[in-house]
Design a protein around this ligand. Sequence first.
Ligand code: 13P
Length: 298
Amino acid sequence: MNEPLVTLREVLGPADAQGYAVGAFTMCNAETADAIMAAAAEDNSPVIVMLGPKEEPVFGLPNTVQIVSTLARNYHIPVCLHLDHSRDPAQVQAALAAGFPSVMIDYSARPDEENIQVTRSIVELARKTGATVEAEIGYVGFPEATTEADNNGSIRSESHLTDPAAAEHFAHVTGVDALAISIGTAHGRSPGLPMLDFDRLAEIHRRVAVPLVLHGATGRDPDQVRQVVQLGIRKVNVATDLARAFADTMAEALEAGEGFFWHAEALVRVKQRWAAVVHRWIETLGSNDRLVDITSRL
Ligand code: 13P
């Protein structure tokens, strides 16, 4: 394993024991990774840095491992680098070979049996490098991607709430290290259901031993997020909040410069906004000053 990169188990185990959640933030370049880690280091918070399917082409997998390892070493913090939402076993294999300590295989849009089979094979593969695996049961939709198709099925817009019994069975037979569930959020700019399904979450938490993951966190009321953390959510995924900070900063810079801006100045500004987003989430999730939970065990 590439020090100082750590697995989901090392980050979420203590969170589960102590009852807080860890933010998982989507990076798209070195600047995002730097802003995320700078904020986490300042707050003494554990952090998960994710690379998703849209972000992977920016640097590729090996460069991402190098960038995140170097930054983590410079900030003296352990970081969980996690491949998010991979729908391609070959990509997962490449990520593990490149040194990713954690991956998500996402066959949640496929029938449960296929989801189980593929996830189980990825868990077996990941055990060989000591990496951890997240998968999803139920389905958290991607509302603005209704026409996009990937190489093993459509990315659907509508969410399916997770059935607690199906989640219990899935976690048991696959051996995943963390389980993403659908309780009313949606990815992207759509807020999903107005109220999250707290009863469903409580029931899933009663039945499933591994840490639970909330996708589509952008736009949720912080009080609802605090409540789901109390009920057992241990990893909270945030992407659109960071993308929005970038888009807003660039739009403002363009407007102020009457159609032109100096890239470096805009990037410095957007890094401050990204860090502010991360600080806000760390406070909501209660992970500040919890870094010691991990470092004391390393
Ligand atoms: P948002 O884009 O809604 O923050 O969701 C991110 C996510 O779940 C990535 O896996």
